[in-house]
Design a protein around this ligand. Sequence first.
Ligand code: GLY
Ligand code: MN
Ligand code: MN
Length: 358
Amino acid sequence: MSNKRVLKLREAMQNKSVKALFVTSSINRRYLTGFTGSSGYVLITMDAAYLLTDFRYMTQAPQQAQGFTVVEHGQRVTDTIKELLSSSNITELAFEQEDVSFSAYTTFAQQLKPVELLPVAGLVEQLRMFKDEEELKVMQRAADLADETFQHILGFVKKGMTEREVDLEMEFFMRRKGATSSSFDTIVASGERSSMPHGVASERVIQGNELITFDFGALLDGYCSDLTRTIALGQPDPKLKEIYDIVLEAQLHTLEHIKPGMTGREADALARDIITKYGYGEHFGHSTGHGLGMEVHEMPRLSKLSDDVLKPGMVVTVEPGIYLPGLGGVRIEDDIVITDTGIAILTHSSKDFTVLPV
Ligand code: GLY
Ligand code: MN
Ligand code: MN
């Protein structure tokens, strides 16, 4: 049976004159094969597609890996690869240079001789940038779950709780609704901690009259969502409301103007130019967004240095922020799909300045 992703991968391999590819990344393995087990390798040639795994998965793997020949590998996966390649004229095996440690490379290179290892980057990741309809449906469900979690937490968070208690409630909520886990360590950053762009939930006790930034997502059926909202508990310093309005303006402007054909640099500038115009450019020290999918950060990048071109089917975040050390910070983040004509927004939580009573 043919597997569309394998067919596309072969095209990409041909463009790079790669005759055989050894896939070691677990995410790429799941993407290509559908196999969800924790251990395995993929070997792709122009006329064969193998999933190599071990004894534990010999029932599960053939059920999940459509279009793959499942092979139980021996103690050393390299021996099995050599055997599989022995009947072909393949003398060079491409490997994923961004995934293989130097130590693993040294071992593989030694054991595979006389087959030579050839480093390649991003062959599968380039395919993963473009989400098909099935993937978009899963990503919409992951985004819906993030929205639902935010709604739930608005009714849960109270002065006197620790950030960690709120984080745990979010985790339980998402897991109860079917998530495998949160898609990264949940950020609940309150008060002056909200000026830390990656203020993972701590033991800090939430006070009144301050901001709280929630940045979190659900990992659902293999795909991530990534949502940020900043709210007020009571009346924070007026300066924080001022930066909230600027971040919101930058975020909405970016959503209004981002479109296919734009580079990551141009998309980044949509948000950055507004924040800079108000004099807060120095306080927006991260990029405007990033690709999202099976991993929370993937290609393309929406940053000052990115030449990536936005194309239909890509899912990216739009997440400008302003951070004032010692006072607080604001970030607002949505997940969007680039379409033929513009964008579709996956996350829908309100962005109106929300003030919860203390
Ligand atoms: N906290 C991860 C992100 O929003 O990129
Ligand atoms: Mn985020
Ligand atoms: Mn993000």
